[in-house]
Design a protein around this ligand. Sequence first.
Ligand SMILES: [Zn+2]
Length: 78
Amino acid sequence: MISDAGRAALDRFLATDPADVGCDRTLELLHACAELLVAGENPEQRYPGIAAHLRACVPCSEDLEGLLVAMGSELGER
Ligand SMILES: [Zn+2]
């Protein structure tokens, strides 16, 4: 049998993109992604696992938006 907490963890695991690198790695490279966006480049090409994570993780995508706003980019306005 699986506990409720175990089932919730399993659901989260199954909902996660297999390429998703996770919050820690994303936050490490969030600044690099923001710089690519500001430069008009697509960070998904260089960091596909981070792009996958940002689609799945609201807190991290909000952090990226905040970073873009702080860098003065209109991309953060979307
Ligand atoms: Zn995250």
